[in-house]
Design a protein around this ligand. Structure first.
Ligand SMILES: Cc1ncc(COP(=O)(O)O)c(C=O)c1O
Length: 446
């Protein structure tokens, strides 16, 4: 095949001095919210090749909890990379891995936990499903409407956050059932604060057991303690404790998908700690290694023992450089008090968002836990006052980007502005983001 020169591309092929290829080299399946060409990151900031600074309140979708390129994490990665890049877990032990496995044992109350380490969030969710089925001998998995668990075949089957994540890929793996998540703002009869929520999730779960699947055929219920991609939905206080009771009553394992909520994001190291709930399996990823690919599940040793050697694994799981990054990440979270900072900056941010909501009729709901925050945008005066407004949401995001603040959107109706700052963010940065959001809401016509 004769290669022809592409626009903006050196006909001699890539090299240090050649111009960059244009964006068409990247397949369009990667939906993208900016065209920023980023050279480096520092704390809460991303810096383009032109030297423009953007306040990154996406954190690379909830990953850069320690901020971009934290010097301690970067140093740990560089040191480890110079020694060993890949130490395969079926073949050998390595010190960063052993250290990390040991630290993960006591990270969450209810242990000691054993970890199985893998690479992506979806891969870890897959592991949680496999372990649940093998440990219980039951086939079915129960997930929640609005939930997001990934884009592999099994995790697509669990995911209902949006049609785009699954609808084009039928048939999906079977024996997966969905029940209602308590989305208090959209509860029948009007928008409600979580402590006055009228969601009938428990009745819906009961119906699910009566109409779709016997509870004694259910291996596990998988739940996001705070729902992420589906709309940053904080459940009412009684939800997780009651779900824990119900699952215990039926011998069903409880899987907490803490891929997005973990490692300090919500103002506790793990979100389940807000409600004192002890899951059987905890799925971890994203914030664990500050950007290097690493994920895993935590389960108690008796449960982990249900897995016979070789029934699960993978070439890269628990990569040595990722483990070194994770150990440094845990050090930074601890030494810099990032969980407390998430609580404090989260309270500051939430108060600011609430005051914005009082001034802009298009803001239907404000919610969040720690530094996992959301504005839900609606069309005031239409329907029951909660008609989603995805166009307004997009305009706000675009206005914010024009003012050099990066925020994401979320939600089944794409009408939620989703704010995920790095946990190192400062009070001044939060104040700046709030003033940019204020201007953006005004400019977008909220
Ligand atoms: C709650 C939750 N589970 C699973 C995943 C999938 O993780 P990954 O994209 O690393 O496969 C995500 C990703 O956003 C998530 O938020």
């Amino acid at each position: 095949m004769v290669e022809t020169a592409q626009p903006g591309r050196d006909a001699m092929g890539p090299g240090a001095s050649s111009p960059l290829p244009d964006h068409s080299v990247v397949p369009g399946v990667w939906s993208r919210i900016t065209n920023l060409d980023v050279d480096r990151g520092e704390g809460s900031w991303l810096i383009t090749r032109d030297g423009e600074r953007y306040l990154d309140y996406s954190s690379g979708i909830g990953v850069a909890n320690t901020g971009h390129a934290h010097p301690r994490v970067a140093a740990a990665v560089a040191t480890q990379a110079a020694k060993l890049l890949h130490g395969q877990q079926n073949i050998l032990y390595h010190e960063p891995g052993l250290r990390l496995y040991d630290r993960l044992r006591g990270l969450l109350p209810g242990g000691p936990w054993q970890a199985f380490l893998s690479n992506s969030g979806a891969e870890a969710v897959e592991a949680s499903v496999k372990l649940s089925r093998v440990a219980t001998g039951r086939p079915a998995i129960l997930a929640f409407r609005y939930g997001y668990h990934g884009r592999t075949a099994q995790t697509m089957a669990l995911t209902t956050a949006k049609d785009v994540y699954r609808a084009a890929f039928e048939p999906l793996p079977g024996s997966v059932y969905h029940t209602a998540y308590p989305y208090c703002y959209r509860a029948p009869g009007g928008g409600h604060a979580p402590d006055a929520c009228t969601c009938d999730w428990e009745a819906q779960l009961d119906l699910t057991f009566r109409q779709l699947i016997y509870p004694d055929r259910v291996a596990a219920v998988i739940v996001e303690p705070v729902l992420g991609e589906g709309g940053y939905i904080v459940p009412p206080p009684g939800f997780l404790p009651r779900l824990r009771e119900i699952t215990r009553q039926h011998g069903i394992l409880l899987i907490a998908d803490e891929v997005q909520t973990g490692f300090g994001r919500t103002g506790e190291l793990f979100a389940v700690q807000h409600w004192g709930v002890e899951p059987d399996i905890v799925v971890i990823a994203k914030g664990i290694a500050s950007g290097l690919p690493l994920s895993g599940i935590l389960a108690r040793a008796e449960l982990m023992a249900a897995w016979k050697p070789g029934t699960h694994g993978g070439t890269y799981g628990g990569n040595v450089v990722s483990c070194a990054a994770a150990n440094a990440t845990l050090d930074v979270i601890e030494d810099e008090g990032l969980v407390a900072n998430a609580r404090e900056r989260g309270a500051q941010f939430l108060a600011g968002l609430r005051s914005l909501a009082g001034r802009y009729a298009g803001v239907g709901d404000v919610r969040g836990l720690g530094l996992m925050l959301a504005l839900e945008l609606v069309r005031p005066g239409q329907g029951d006052g909660r008609v989603p407004d995805p166009e307004l949401t997009k305009r706000i995001q675009t206005e914010a980007l024009g003012r050099r603040l990066i925020v994401l959107t979320a939600g089944t109706y794409a009408n939620v502005i989703r704010i995920i700052p790095p946990l190192v963010t400062t009070a001044d940065e939060v104040a700046l983001a709030l003033s940019v959001l204020d201007e953006s809401l005004a400019a977008a016509g909220a």
